[in-house]
Design a protein around this ligand. Sequence first.
Ligand code: ADP
Ligand code: MG
Length: 383
Amino acid sequence: MSEVAVSAIPRLEDLEARVGDLSGKRVLVRTDFNVPLDHHDDGSVEIVDDFRIKSALPTIEWLTERGATVVTASHLGRPKGEPKPEFSMDPVRARLAELAPGVELLENLRFDPGETGNDPAFVERLVDGIDAYVNDAFGASHRSHASIVGPPQHVPSAMGRLLEKEVDVLLGLRNKPKHPFVAVLGGAKISDKLGVIEALLETVDGIIIGGAMCFTFFAAQGKPIGDSLFEPDMVDTCGELLAKAESMGKTIHLPDDITGVDATGAFATFGSRLPDGAIGYDIGPGSAAAFTDVIMDARMVFWNGPMGMFEDERFESGTRTVAQAMAGTKAFTVVGGGDSAAALAQFRLDDEVDHVSTGGGASLELLENGDLPGFEALRKGSS
Ligand code: ADP
Ligand code: MG
């Protein structure tokens, strides 16, 4: 894939220019309605957060205002290619009917193995009777699934408003960084994020590392990490990253204090060398303050991955402090990643950052590669 020019992906206006009057046309909108669900014991299902449904409304309303019949389609959960009642779209359809009456919603795309398998016959069924296609599912656009890459080969296609916003913000970070540009990375696994770390090293001035991934860096520095979570087969890679960053004149900020539990299981604070039997679950207060200073001095910040096991309130403090710094800094702030976004929402700071991406994996892959399979399909479809 080549570096994408934002302007090369057709927008809704381009679609209208191509199709003409949209009134009476059936438009398939691929949305990301993969909402968190609560499954109750009595078999009923409740939507925990309808943010993803509301996020699709600007595109849906733009189309319905022009008289189009909107047919939405999404995946929900991981039903693995067969109908499973617990992943039925019914609860989403009910909420959508309240928010956007008259809009259709197809059954869970992943009830059919043709969706993830990108089966041409499944694509044919999706576009049957459809006049135009809009991709507004940023969170699924890094997947070469049927509903993402298929329809643009058959009908005039464009990106929706949500996708447009994501493209503007994330490609802006990648291609037009304002310095100092700082990436804040945390979460469980370095292996998930290696590609993006390497790509970010090219554009950022510094990378802050928290979460369990700091222990793999500590191991690379030869520091004892007790029984903390780390990835043994990534230790050499972390050593190489530290050396590479140094040779490029970039700073990798690692925590110099850690909170967690000692060998008896009691809450404890350590330096960056953990004693035998200790487990680190969060960055310590000194590191959180130091990271805050770096974020405050930045002009652009991208954050992915919590600083610790924030789901446990004893270990939320590092993540909360970083979230507050994101809210307080004058820098342009972007958050990508499901758990980081959940942490922000838990602290009620989600409105205080400039952009919360609706796609975890997709935002990382876009920053890494500068393009996604779903975008490529939209560009090819219009050429
Ligand atoms: P995101 O979804 O934002 O990309 P990840 O999925 O990579 O983030 O990681 C989030 C998970 O990492 C959280 O469930 C959190 O509990 C866990 N985590 C963070 N720090 C630690 C740690 N020190 N030990 C164990 N788990 C951790
Ligand atoms: Mg996650």
